[in-house]
Design a binder for this molecule. Structure first.
Ligand code: CAA
Length: 388
């Protein structure tokens, strides 16, 4: 069978954040509730000229620069914060990255889960067409109502994965455990910019879905618990990863080793929720922050999307994977950021009013190469600053 998986993967997050200490101070609550109770220190904040498209293109840029664009014939963009009800965001990304026109572009949705079926479908596709590559991108802006219980779990980010029959970073296993149920734990009707949610219920259903997906993974002949050196979880907030890790160990009948998930939580703690991207930021965080060589190690991955659909699957770290990581770029992206005060945060949180009949021009704030320059007659105009 053709080995398939991730040739390279990279993330992007915007250059501004609000510290959760600032948020706690504003609300007059103990900052330890956020740092310990929720496990978050910062919330990444996109500017008005940044969105899922600009973050997606910026996440993919280093991959395109290093591995080229010629073999990519499919772009799958997973998001739950889509910018159009009809046109796929991947078409804008395809244009910004100058990919060949003989390429299919789609957008996938199922809350925070859809990057995982995109990755699985991409693996199946390249098994059939080993000379082709698929760009799978997860990109989201997690925005909750101000003063709501979800406010501390906002964030933004994108992950791009080059999926191919040369899995130079991670080989994706062919066994999966899946689980779905029709519940209202978190959802966003078409006319809303922010989601509706039942926070405590959603956390309980997440843990239930983890056990059900794990059981299905075992039934389908998956690896045993002690074959895994690391676990990565969907991270709406990093403490959820701790809870999931404990819950899985207990249900699999093993003692908890906190270290199996610890490195995966590091980046999310200072980015916040990035919905579809958060599991894959956890995966990058695990690889980037490993002290030891992870070659040959098995990583268990749990993907959860409210509503709900979930999957447990595995990845095996490839030989010489270190040559395909973007550690320095990731560290720069995280280190070269600016904290904003509460007033600036509110200004970023509120979307500018778009003129439906004319032009709305956005000031140049994005640190990356790509930005949303304007919305003209309801058409989004993105630019590559270096092509200007
Ligand atoms: N010091 C330390 N810890 C403190 C504290 C303090 N001073 N004050 C409170 N805490 C602890 C609490 O004991 C609690 O810990 P446990 O979870 O161990 O009980 C924790 O901080 C959270 O506090 P609350 O129980 O008061 O919870 P909250 O009302 O602030 O809500 C939340 C927390 C439910 C996660 C809320 O932020 C939320 O609804 N978020 C959005 C929904 C969400 O993320 N759901 C996750 C599953 S669904 C999913 O994964 C999809 C997705 O991406 C959204």
């Amino acid at each position: 069978m053709t080995r398939t998986g991730i040739e390279a993967l990279s993330f992007y997050t915007p250059h501004r954040y609000i510290s959760l200490k600032t948020l706690a101070e504003h609300h007059g609550i103990d900052p330890a509730k956020f740092s310990n109770g929720i496990g978050q220190d910062m919330i990444a904040l996109p500017g008005h000229d940044e969105d899922i498209v600009t973050m997606a293109a910026e996440a993919a840029r280093p991959i395109i620069e290093k591995y080229g664009r010629d073999d990519i014939d499919t772009v799958m963009l997973a998001t739950e914060t889509g910018i159009d009800q009809s046109k796929a965001a991947s078409i804008y990304v395809h244009q910004l990255l100058n990919l060949q026109s003989n390429c299919r572009c789609v957008e996938l949705k199922q809350a925070c889960y859809s990057a995982t079926p995109a990755l699985q479908m991409a693996c199946s596709y390249v098994a059939r067409k080993p000379n082709k590559k698929v760009l799978v991108i997860a990109s989201d802006v997690a925005r909750y109502d101000l003063d709501s219980s979800g406010e501390a779990t906002q964030g933004a980010g994108a992950v791009a994965m080059l999926v191919s029959s040369q899995p130079k970073t991670l080989e994706i296993g062919t066994t999966s455990g899946v689980f779905s149920e029709d519940i209202m734990d978190f959802w966003r009707p078409n006319d809303r910019r922010t989601p509706l949610f039942d926070g405590k219920f959603s956390a309980l259903r997440y843990l239930n879905a983890l056990v059900e997906a794990w059981k299905d993974y075992q039934v389908n002949g998956g690896k045993s618990y002690d074959e895994f050196s690391h676990f990565c979880y969907h991270l709406p907030f990093s403490r959820m990863g701790d809870k999931a890790n404990r819950h899985l160990a207990k249900n699999a009948g093993h003692a908890l080793n906190k270290e199996t998930a610890e490195n995966g939580l590091l980046y999310n703690r200072i980015i916040g929720n990035s919905y579809t991207a958060s599991l894959y930021i956890a995966l990058i965080s695990t690889l980037d922050n490993a002290k030891d060589d992870l070659t040959g190690k098995s990583i268990g991955l749990f993907s959860y999307g409210s509503g709900a659909s979930a999957e447990f699957f595995d990845a095996t770290v490839s030989k010489n994977y270190q040559e395909h990581l973007f550690i320095n770029r990731h560290k720069d992206i995280l280190n070269e950021r600016t904290a904003v005060n509460y007033e600036e945060y509110k200004e970023l949180w509120n979307a500018p009013k778009v003129n439906p009949e004319g032009e709305t021009i956005f000031s140049d704030e994005a640190r990356g190469r790509y930005r949303l320059a304007k919305i003209d007659d309801n058409k989004r105009i993105y630019i590559d600053k270096q092509a200007q």
